[in-house]
Design a protein. Structure first.
Lengths: 625, 414
């Protein structure tokens, strides 16, 4: 064949070599692009392939009391997680795990939910595994290829139920929270504060999530737990030093009569909250490791509402303690002095127009001056003082003093008080002709359209007990909220304190008088449309130069004088510590004071139409029914 | 003088280096964190290399004259085996979905296609060497097209697109070496272009215009020119029916080859994981035995079809370049041997073997970086597999014999 001539072959061999060079050049160029030019992209891609980031939970910051005693701390705990390539494998592994350690069906459903949310991360199955459970799982690790056990600090509240309404509790962040981005930096499975200080200071306490990297193979099975890539350790949250006195807090808890609903708050005169107690209470430790569904339902559906913080969320008619506000308004406007007497002496009631407004004491108080009227809590005196002041001024001054504002305490969920801003409120509520100017009589004794939180009333007494200016109460740091101003001269303030001292010395709370510490304060009995009246007492000590203010309310306590001993004992505990073994106050049993309550406390605060309220008997109301 | 002393040292060196390199990479491919079928295959590969060495020795002992004489019966045997495979064949390994294995009593004894490739080379060489002149017209190419076309269609039916392409590669390489004009080869290939370009009316229309101009320029025989034009047009119109006749996985492979991001979890998973492995290797690689993609079994078929991805991941661009240089050197030597032969048949056989190896290398290596669509054909001397290794051994034995004869003939060397 002619094609086999040497010269022709040479030419063809040369052409073939060129084809060869071209082919290999193309291949080399493709590899150069992939390996050198696009190297970084593929390197990252390869890491994504094999590395799974496992979040490392930081320890939450400790919460300490004012002396450094522990309110909330962390103890070692274990969490158990499962990594699986797909849903079927996850369910299989979960079923196998459940044969080794018990996981109830709700827990399994939660685990599956977490897996679905982040299928590429190990899904949390058990938040609070015991060391024994962990040991049993580790022994059977071969059966559970995706098992990830992590030591995870868990929360502990040594004082338990005594501090629940101060610290609140922590729980796993919900999907809704995540969607709403309520907690910055939280991811599926994060523990976040749900109430109290844990919620208010969550961003401080939570710390920064760390990461460690585990290596998985192409089937998503765990290959190596450590050393795949350098971990990023979690940063423990900052500790909180609070103003709480844990000893006082525990004392209040031990003092509080079982079964009685109510609240107590103690603070120094510069607004530092020493104790904050709401009853009934709950144990925040129940939430650690996930609260069981039954326990949660029991807490949520309990008619006594244990999760409800009555100090900041409960709204009650301020009753007699509000008389001091009315007195302050009148004094400031120069309408009265402490020795001023009213035109009508107290005969047990006051006739206004064709209606009779009764005093709480049907025997009457006779002709009292302002100090005496405060000491005896004489309603008739304050009806007349209210009339003198006028509805418009009473409302305007109440707003100016801050009875329409929250106290601004650094706890989440504080309720706003109910207080009319002006007379238009009544027009709106009842229609222009639906109410009478008699409402001023009710308002002047702290009833009517006025519902205050305990902490806001305590703040008003703080103002009286100090220079007339009360900063927002706080548990951790002073708050920026505008201070409450009473605007009285020092002499007027001193007169107020003398009158409040008289309440305890010879007035409505005389039973609690003790010689070694002068306690001043004011009782109150709030009308309750749903049962026995609520009892108030707000006091401070020492009466001359007050240092501590304590307010308390007990639902269905019938009279403030029943509450006063608890406040006085709290104050004495603060002053004398546990050495106060003096004459005991008779503690009433719950059965004495509380008829079986049927309504939740927050609806216990009546806001009555003016006419019915005016027709009733303040401080011992029957007319509301 | 004994032929043994006339062994081509360059080819032997390249073969030894390629085989050693291949075994090292295979050893590494077996080092995974999870048990895979790749564990320990390097030992079996060593056994196969010994068997392939024996096959090479046997082929080396056979005279090219005997091969030329035996080409028709060998070719017939190859076709029969392919037919048998088509009827009773089983799938296995990376080709689980195809019927490419011949099994006797449940024991797989080999993939006949590898032997058929050699038989086709011999048959084509015999036909081309027997011609008095190089083919000058398409009509004269018909016997060659039939020789390669029968096994081509039989393996396409298995279906094994990769091996079918190899038959085409062999045909074109040998026709070229037989003296066929490149433009004639180009005309022969035009129907394939039509097939590929017919998916878009405009590209196909443009292609028809170009083809018309080329026909006018090259002036083939009138009848052939008309035939080429007609075949192109028919191809253009049958493209869609042909496409529909493809198995879904073949369609997917072709689609993802054209658009790699199409289906990262499915058809294109292998291509992407291979590229990730190779790309993460960088200049110097992750180190021998250390490639995480391979170790964690992200790499598919890391001991057979995608063995070159292990090279890319663990030894980097440098390792890749070294392997390519070795292949390039071997192929250059083969071209040199083909050039030096004393008779056309021997030269055509050697050049056919070179075409076989180049097609395999380009297809396999190109596929690991998505330069070629994914087909299941092995990389010579690297991929684990007995049939292809033995076939390679036979081919290399023939090549070495031809080279030794060329030296013995005293034909002027260049």
């Amino acid at each position: 064949m002619t094609g086999h001539a040497p010269t022709a072959l040479d030419a063809r061999a040369e052409q073939a070599r060129w084809v060869l060079r071209l082919a290999f050049l193309v291949l080399a160029a493709a590899f150069f692009k992939t390996q050198v030019l696009d190297h970084e992209r593929y390197r990252l891609r390869a890491e994504d392939n094999r590395l799974r980031a496992v979040p490392l939970t930081p320890a939450r910051g400790a919460i300490l009391d004012r002396y450094g005693r522990v309110i909330a701390e962390n103890v070692p705990g274990y969490s158990v997680k499962l990594l699986a390539p797909d849903r079927a494998a996850f369910l299989e592994a979960l079923a196998r795990l459940a044969t080794i350690v018990p996981v109830d069906s709700a827990g399994q459903a939660d685990a599956l939910r977490r897996f679905r949310a982040e299928p590429y991360l190990p899904a949390l199955v058990l938040r609070d595994a015991t060391p024994e459970q962990v040991a049993r799982l580790e022994e059977r690790r071969v059966l559970l290829p995706g098992l990830v056990v992590e030591s995870e600090p868990k929360r502990h509240y040594p004082a338990g139920a005594a501090v629940s309404h101060v610290v609140g509790y922590v729980a796993e962040v919900t999907d809704a929270d995540l969607r709403a981005q309520r907690y910055r930096g939280a991811i599926v499975g994060s523990l976040v504060g749900k109430a109290g200080l844990e919620l208010e200071y969550d961003s401080v306490l939570r710390g920064t999530q760390g990461m460690r990297y585990i290596e998985v193979n192409a089937r998503g099975r765990l290959v190596r737990e450590d050393g795949a890539a350098p971990p990023r350790p979690p940063v423990t949250g900052a500790s909180l030093r609070t103003t709480i006195d844990l000893d006082l807090q525990r004392f209040v808890d031990s003092l509080w009569p079982r079964g009685v609903r109510g609240a107590l708050v103690a603070m120094t005169t510069d607004g530092q909250v020493l104790a904050l107690y709401s009853a009934p209470t709950y144990d925040p430790n129940d939430f650690i490791g996930g609260i069981s569904a039954e326990r949660w339902a029991a807490l949520r559906d309990d008619p006594a509402k244990p999760l409800y913080n009555r100090v900041i969320q409960g709204r009650y008619p301020p009753a007699s303690p509000f008389k001091l506000a009315v007195a302050a308004m009148a004094l400031r406007r120069g309408l009265v002095r402490f020795d001023t007497r009213m035109p009508e002496p107290c005969t047990g009631s006051l006739r206004v127009g064709n209606r009779v407004f009764r005093c709480w004491d049907p025997r009457g108080h006779g002709r009292l001056d302002l100090t005496g009227a405060i000491a005896q809590s004489c309603d008739v005196y304050f009806y007349q003082l209210g009339q003198k002041l006028g509805l418009e001024d009473l409302l305007a001054d109440g707003v100016a003093m801050g009875f329409q504002e929250r106290s601004g305490v650094d706890l989440e969920g504080e309720s706003s008080p109910v207080f009319p801003g002006d007379v238009k409120y009544f027009d709106r509520r009842y229609g222009p002709r639906g109410w009478s100017r008699g409402v001023v009589l009710n308002l002047s004794i702290g009833q009517g359209e006025n519902d205050q939180t305990l902490i806001n009333m305590a703040r008003f007494y703080l103002a009286l007990a100090s220079t007339g200016v009360a900063p927002a109460p706080y548990l951790v740091r002073p708050q920026a909220a505008a201070p409450m101003r009473v605007d009285l001269t020092p002499a007027q303030l001193a007169g107020m304190r003398a009158a409040l001292l008289a309440v305890v010395e010879r007035g409505t709370a005389a039973g609690t008088r003790r010689t070694d510490l002068e306690v001043a304060g004011k009782t109150g009995t709030a009308q309750n449309a749903h049962g026995a009246d609520h009892g108030w007492f707000i006091g401070f000590a020492p009466a001359e130069r007050p240092e501590i203010v304590v307010g308390a309310i007990m639902e269905f306590a019938e009279h403030g004088s029943i509450v006063a001993p608890y406040v006085v004992r709290t104050i004495r505990r603060w002053y004398f510590g546990s050495s106060d073994h003096g004459r005991g106050v008779r503690l009433l049993t719950p059965d004495d004071v509380a008829p079986a309550p049927s309504e939740p406390a927050d609806s216990a605060a009546p806001v009555l139409p003016a006419d019915t309220a005016a027709a009733g008997t303040p401080d011992s109301l029957e007319g509301a029914r | 003088m004994n032929r043994t002393f006339r062994l081509d040292r360059g080819i032997l060196l390249a073969l030894a280096l390629l085989l050693a390199y291949g075994v090292l990479v295979l050893y590494s491919a077996g080092q995974t964190d999870v048990p895979t079928s790749a564990n320990g295959v390097w030992e079996k590969q060593l056994v196969w290399i010994l068997i392939a060495g024996a096959a090479a020795f046997t082929a080396f002992r056979v005279s090219p004259r005997l091969l030329e004489w035996a080409a028709p019966p060998l070719y017939a045997l190859g076709i029969v085996l392919l037919l048998v495979t088509l009827v009773v064949g089983t799938g296995a390994g990376t080709a689980a979905g195809t019927r490419s294995w011949l099994a006797v009593g449940g024991v797989r004894i080999g993939q006949p296609v590898e032997l058929a490739k050699l038989a086709t080379i011999l048959m084509l060489a015999r036909w081309l060497a027997g011609r008095r002149a190089a083919p000058r017209s398409l009509r004269e190419l018909v016997p060659g097209c039939v020789i390669a076309g029968v096994p081509f269609l039989l393996v396409l039916k298995q279906p094994d697109l990769g091996s079918a392409i190899v038959f085409a590669g062999i045909l074109f390489a040998m026709l070229f070496w037989g003296g066929t004009r490149p433009w004639l080869l180009f005309l022969l290939a035009t129907p394939v272009f039509s097939l590929l370009l017919a998916f878009n009316v405009w590209t196909w229309g443009l292609w028809c215009v170009v083809l018309g101009l080329l026909l006018w320029w090259w002036r083939p025989f009138l009848l052939e020119g008309i035939t080429v034009a007609l075949v192109n047009i028919v191809m253009g119109f049958t493209a869609l029916p042909v496409w529909r006749s493809l198995a879904p996985y073949q369609q997917n492979r072709l689609l993802t080859f054209l658009n790699p991001g199409l289906d990262p979890q499915g058809a294109n998973y292998q291509a992407i994981q291979s590229k990730v492995a190779i790309g993460s290797g960088g200049w110097f690689g992750m180190g021998w035995l250390e490639g995480p993609q391979k170790r964690l079994v992200f790499l598919p078929a890391q001991h057979t079809d995608f063995v070159f991805s292990v090279v890319g991941e663990e030894l980097g661009f440098l390792g890749v370049t070294l392997a390519l240089l070795l292949f390039g050197y071997l192929l250059t030597r083969l071209i040199g041997v083909a050039r030096r032969t004393t008779d056309p048949f021997s030269g055509l056989v050697v050049f056919g073997v070179a075409g076989l190896i180049l097609t395999h290398v380009f297809e396999n290596v190109g596929m690991t970086v998505s330069l070629m669509p994914i087909t299941g054909i092995p990389l010579p001397f690297f991929s684990y597999g007995g049939s292809f290794l033995v076939a390679s051994g036979l081919a290399m034995g023939m090549v070495l014999r031809v080279a030794a004869d060329a030296v013995a003939s005293g034909y002027p060397q260049r």
